[in-house]
Design a protein around this ligand. Sequence first.
Ligand SMILES: [Zn+2]
Length: 56
Amino acid sequence: MIGDCESCGDNEEDLTLVQRVYLTPADWDREEKVEVAEGTEHWCAVCLLHYPHQVV
Ligand SMILES: [Zn+2]
């Protein structure tokens, strides 16, 4: 689909519907935490490469 990437705002021809994923790296006193954001966003290919996400 064509439109604006909801992560970086670029106008792109190849957007993918994803859910953003928040990663908290493990530390000595806690385990790695993975949180999936509510709702979906359309992301361009560059954002898909750089940010954690789940394809819907
Ligand atoms: Zn983008």
